[in-house]
Structure formats: structure tokens, C-alpha cells
Write a protein that binds this ligand. Structure first.
Ligand code: NAP
Length: 300
């Protein structure tokens, strides 16, 4: 059986594609991955997704999107895609032990925030640890915030958080920022932002209390460990698009994101589309993932 539409990925972009495709009678197959739901499954309260006056828990929102797609008949298979062949028609998508043939494919595999890899970081994710200032900054009004990273994302997050927090400390593993000069200048001029150089996060408290209370830093030059009282830790060390499986099959940008024709979701292969964060290294919001059109910074 050759499918009309196969969607790979089950974040906001994947479920939105499934809702629209099933309502258009295209009987889509959605390969959700073994862990479905995408990045919002790692968050707690989401307060900026339109339509939820009092906010909604990330996993609850994703469950609702899933049920909405199922309601219109989208078929879901909880397998990870391990290979694709876009050189022949119909396209072939391998997931688990099965090869699916499909006339069109929508890639919605998203991106993943890079993490520090500490056990406490994973346990406190959504409980004081965050990878998105726009999403979670509001929870740390007038509190002590720490941002890890030295690139444009880290500085952008720090500038955003400085509007909300009491103070923002940027921790960087070197003594020179990678961020663009203009962003650096803005941050240096901001009285709420300070820098801690040559330092990495060694560990964080308090897993038992299920909230962040302090961060222990290790100086990379001296090895000295110092403790800072912190309420929110924002990890901003970059994102990685989930595109490994598509390398060599469609054109990717130098940063690994899927290249689409500007203003569209069309990739370099006719009939293969990309939606959401996998083709958007700029906005990275659930609401824009659902809209899935190409944007340029500054546009609405
Ligand atoms: P990035 O440029 O790759 O920077 C990542 C930062 O995190 C680097 O400073 C890196 O340190 C640090 N880092 C990486 N792994 C680490 C680890 N395990 N522990 C501690 N620190 C770690 O990523 P990005 O800031 O997300 O930016 C990605 C791209 O988007 C860039 O091209 C950037 O210019 C662009 N961007 C632009 C804007 C803007 O213009 N407004 C905003 C956001 C992003 P090192 O420096 O030592 O490698």
C-alpha cells in the first residue's frame, strides 16, 4: 500500500500537519518516534500558547494535539525513522522493521536543545532548569537567574531575562564570548547582567526539593568550585536539528537545518516538505512550529 502522506515527527508541527492532512482526506501516516510529543514533553507550564488563559502543561498540550489528529483518522506508529530513500518514487521511509512507501513526506522532526548532560539538570528540567527564556522567563520575575553559554542565543536569552529577573549571571566556559559584537555590547551595558568567565556548571541543587536553589561552578583554569544562589538556570549552548537521517537525501543548510524554498515548506526534493523547528533555527516556538512557514527575523 502506497501512502498519500507520511509525516515524520510528533511535535506541534507534526501533529498540525496530521490534523490538516487528515481533514483533507489524505489519510496521513504519522511516525511519531518512540518518544512522542517533541520538546514540549520536557516542559511544565506553558503560558504563551494562545487559547489557554491559565496556561497548560506541555505534555497535556501535546496529548490534546495528538487526540485532535487521531479524531480525524490520522494513523500513528510509535517508531523512530531509521532511513529514508527520496531518490525514488514513491518515497521510502523505514521505521522499526517496516518500510513505508509514500507519495509525499512531511519532515517534522524538530530540533533538540543541547544540554550540559548532568543528572541533576535532567531531573530539574522544567523545575528551574529551562532551555527557553521566552517560554519560562516569566516564572523567574525578580529572582536570580543564570544563563549558560557564550553565543548569540545565550546573550539574547540574558537580555530577555534581564527585563524580568533581579539579576542575570552569564556563565561561559572561556573568557571570550562567541556572540556577535553588537549583542555583547548590549549585554555589557545592561546593569542587571554580569559575566562569570572560564566556568562550567559542576552541579546544581536541589533535586529533592524539585526546584533549583543553587548552582556549583567549576573554574576551568583553577579547578575551584564555587556556589551561587540561583532560582532559574537557562541552558543556552545551542540547538541541534534532528536531521541526521536525511543527510544526503535532501539539501541541508550548513548548520544542519533543512533547506526550504523561502516562504514555503518545499525542500530540495519535490514532494518532500519540512515543517516546524527542523527548518527554523530562529523562532523555535510551538506556535510557529504549527504555522510552519518560513520567516525572517523581524517579520511577524
Ligand atoms: P553557538 O553559536 O553554537 O554557541 C553555543 C555557545 O555555547 C558557545 O559559546 C559555546 O562555547 C557554548 N557551549 C557549547 N557547548 C557547551 C557546553 N557543553 N558547556 C558549556 N558551554 C557550551 O549557538 P547559539 O548561540 O545557539 O547560536 C546558533 C546560531 O544562531 C549562531 O549562528 C548565532 O549567531 C545564531 N543566533 C543569532 C541570534 C541573533 O542574531 N539575534 C540569536 C540567536 C542565535 P564556545 O564559545 O567555547 O564554543
Amino acid at each position: 500500500m502506497v501512502r498519500k502522506v507520511t509525516i515524520i515527527g510528533s511535535g506541534p508541527a507534526g501533529y498540525t500537519a496530521a490534523i490538516y492532512a487528515s481533514r483533507a482526506n489524505l489519510t496521513p501516516l504519522l511516525l511519531t518516534g518512540v518518544q512522542s510529543g517533541g520538546q514540549l514533553m520536557l516542559t511544565t507550564l506553558v503560558e504563551n500558547y494562545p487559547g489557554f488563559v491559565d496556561g497548560v502543561m506541555g505534555p497535556e498540550l501535546m496529548e490534546a494535539m495528538r487526540k485532535q489528529a487521531e479524531r480525524f483518522g490520522a494513523e500513528m506508529v510509535a517508531e523512530d525513522v531509521t532511513a529514508v530513500d527520496f531518490s525514488r518514487r514513491p518515497f521510502v521511509v523505514r521505521a522499526g522493521d517496516v518500510e513505508y512507501e509514500s507519495h509525499t513526506v512531511i519532515i517534522a522532526t524538530g530540533a533538540s536543545a543541547k544540554l550540559l548532560g548532568l543528572p541533576a539538570e535532567a531531573k530539574l528540567m522544567g523545575r528551574g532548569v529551562s532551555t527557553c527564556a521566552t517560554c519560562d522567563g516569566f516564572f523567574f520575575r525578580d529572582q536570580n537567574i543564570m544563563v549558560v553559554g557564550g553565543g548569540d542565543s545565550a546573550i539574547e536569552e540574558a537580555l530577555y531575562l534581564a527585563r524580568l529577573g533581579r539579576q542575570v549571571e552569564v556563565v561561559h566556559r572561556r573568557e571570550e564570548l562567541r556572540a556577535s559584537k553588537i549583542m555583547q555590547e548590549r549585554a555589557r551595558k545592561n546593569p542587571k547582567i554580569s559575566f562569570i568567565w572560564n566556568s562550567v556548571v559542576h552541579d546544581l541543587d536541589d533535586v529533592e526539593a524539585a526546584r533549583v536553589t543553587a548552582v556549583r561552578l567549576r573554574n576551568t583554569k583553577t579547578g575551584e568550585i564555587t556556589e551561587r544562589p540561583v532560582d532559574g538556570l537557562f541552558v543556552a549552548i545551542g540547538h541541534e536539528p534532528n536531521t541526521t537521517v536525511f543527510a544526503g537525501q535532501i539539501e541541508l543548510l550548513p548548520n544542519g537545518y533543512v533547506k526550504v524554498i523561502p516562504g514555503t515548506t518545499q525542500t530540495s526534493v519535490t514532494g518532500v516538505f519540512a515543517a516546524g523547528d527542523v527548518q527554523d533555527s530562529v523562532w523555535r516556538q510551538a506556535v510557529t512550529g504549527g504555522i510552519s512557514r518560513r520567516r525572517t527575523p523581524g517579520s511577524v
